[in-house]
Design a protein around this ligand. Structure first.
Ligand code: PGA
Length: 252
């Protein structure tokens, strides 16, 4: 059975005090909420990981990182390794986010390295893919996503691939307030599942969680999550307010 997941990507937001306040508000809400077997993942900046993993011991959420080095260890000033994240209690890590592809020129090859290092250290990668607006306007969105998955992930062996979580995030929907329609999301998620099925077989495809991301919020989450192939969300802006994030979790 594939898991339902709601992950909040805090991106580069919040001071330490604000982070402490936000995580406590989320914890209070989670304690009250009936969680219906939903895996809640909080992805704070590196600086607040310890804060969030400490509180997680007493609450019902997991902690994810927003990035990881594509190197194992050593002289890479400013980088953070998968092994370090694992030692802090991190269980998930976002890779291939469009902001990292765009601003930090993350390549498919680096994403393969990151996925392998994470899996070696028992951290589940949340792999982001999605097309730019011109790609969609030119009806190339399926090809783009196929390439992103094929180039970065389809060299993994089946046992490793089976642990991945995929997040479909059309770039034109991220932070823009323009959400993919439920039909657009379902169509792409079903396509991704079919690609996985072709490559790794029906069983792995059936069990892979595919999340939607891109202006998903407390108002539209229910409609998006109601689709057969949408297994949850990767939430940006709307996860920075506890009430909104909790409402999204409650949208299943
Ligand atoms: P958004 O971001 O919800 O603010 O559109 C989603 C993401 O970047 O993962």
């Amino acid at each position: 059975m594939r898991r339902k997941i709601v992950a909040g990507n805090w991106k580069m937001n919040k001071t330490f005090q604000e982070a402490d306040e936000l995580i406590n508000e989320i914890i209070d809400g989670l304690d009250e909420a009936n969680q219906k077997n939903i895996n809640v993942v909080i992805c704070p900046p590196f600086t607040y990981i310890e804060l969030c993993t400490d509180y997680a011991q007493e609450s019902e959420y997991s902690v994810g990182a927003q990035n990881v080095s594509n190197n194992d260890s050593g002289a890479y000033t400013g980088e953070v390794s998968a092994k370090m994240l694992h030692s802090m209690g991190v269980e998930y890590c976002i890779i291939g986010h469009s902001e990292r592809r765009k601003y930090f020129k993350e390549t498919d090859h680096e994403l393969t390295q990151k996925a392998e290092l994470l899996l070696k250290n028992d951290i589940l990668p949340i792999f982001c893919c999605g097309e730019l607006l011109p790609d969609r306007e030119a009806s190339k969105h399926f090809d783009v996503v196929k390439q992103q998955l094929g180039n970065a992930l389809f060299g993994l062996d089946p046992l490793d691939f089976a642990k991945l979580i995929i997040a479909y995030e059309p770039v034109w929907a991220i932070g823009t307030g323009i959400t993919a329609t439920p039909d657009q999301a379902q169509e792409m998620h079903a396509y991704i599942r079919a690609l996985i099925s072709d490559k790794y077989g029906k069983e792995i495809a059936k069990n892979t969680s595919i999340l939607y991301g891109g202006s998903c919020n407390a108002q539209n989450a229910k409609e998006l999550f109601a689709n057969a192939d949408v297994d949850g969300g990767l939430i940006g802006g709307a996860c920075l307010k506890a009430t909104d994030f909790l409402k999204i979790i409650d949208s299943f």
